[in-house]
Ligand binder design. Sequence first.
Ligand code: 13P
Ligand code: SF4
Length: 332
Amino acid sequence: MLKNAIATLPTNGYLNLEIPKGIDLIEEINKMRKEKNAIILAHYYQTGDIQDIADFLGDSLQLARAAEKTNADMIVFCGVHFMAETAKILNPSKKVILPDLLAGCSLADSCSGQDIRKMKDKYPNAIVASYINCDSGVKAESDIIVTSSNAGHIINSLPKEQQIIFAPDKNLGRYINQTTGRDMILWDGACIVHEAFSLERIARQMLDHPKAKLIAHPEAQKPVLQVANYIGSTANLLDYVVKDDNQEYIVATEEGILHEMRKRAPDKTLIPALTIDDTCNCSECHFMKMNTMEKLYLCMKYELPEILMDEEIRVKALKPINKMLEMSQAIK
Ligand code: 13P
Ligand code: SF4
């Protein structure tokens, strides 16, 4: 039966096996975590139940650091594919598993290693700074990796006259160009979730809630960022809501973060920013939400699907990731 299920992996992305009725998933996952010396890492955009069961919850930078430091034998990555791949790049001898292998990312899908090679041919004097939301092929062609938490700091540390290709997020790239005064060459990729926020509808929300502050992730489009009171990575937005003395916030990022915001700032009013289409749940990343407690249970039980990588690509991709980790030690 398992053999049949494994054969379905490339199309399903997960083990489509029946789970015994009445089973307590939390109890079983806790048991397996101990028995297998596994660590569960989860991004803030995961569903609340997965966030609650994780050993470590964080944004992209924090998760990369946690993956680098762990002593566990197995990393269970509750996030999307490029994040689990980053964990594997940092831990070649550990087993890295992802509840659903098809949990992708529109940004990562927009750009390949070959695309970057073509850009390098076109701009031979440029170095490549890539947002961590890219696949290992792009990382392998990059000189440095950045996340939304450290992009400004890292780009600012590069020599002023250095020409830079920035991939794959044009919105983050444009924002960093604006905050650092650079003129990076931008790849034309975007996050489907953050691009869905509607300035017009957010403006109406701001009129309805005149005391609310608008906070936004830099993956959002320029018109939204222009009216935001605060712009920051997922972890920065969380920190801001906890420490700031305002009472109400309109939050323009993936809705999963509201789970932790509500826990850490229970007295604050948090209003999800509206998107262009109110019939679509567009402010939820459907890739992130492909992971479920059931898939998490099955993946821990059978240790599949596993992230496997070409060693040559892994070694090349490790260099710019390590450079990022070194250069961003001062960032929280
Ligand atoms: P951060 O975790 O760096 O804020 O990135 C957000 C995101 O879109 C992750 O896919
Ligand atoms: Fe990719 Fe956007 Fe989903 Fe993050 S929220 S995984 S950037 S599609």
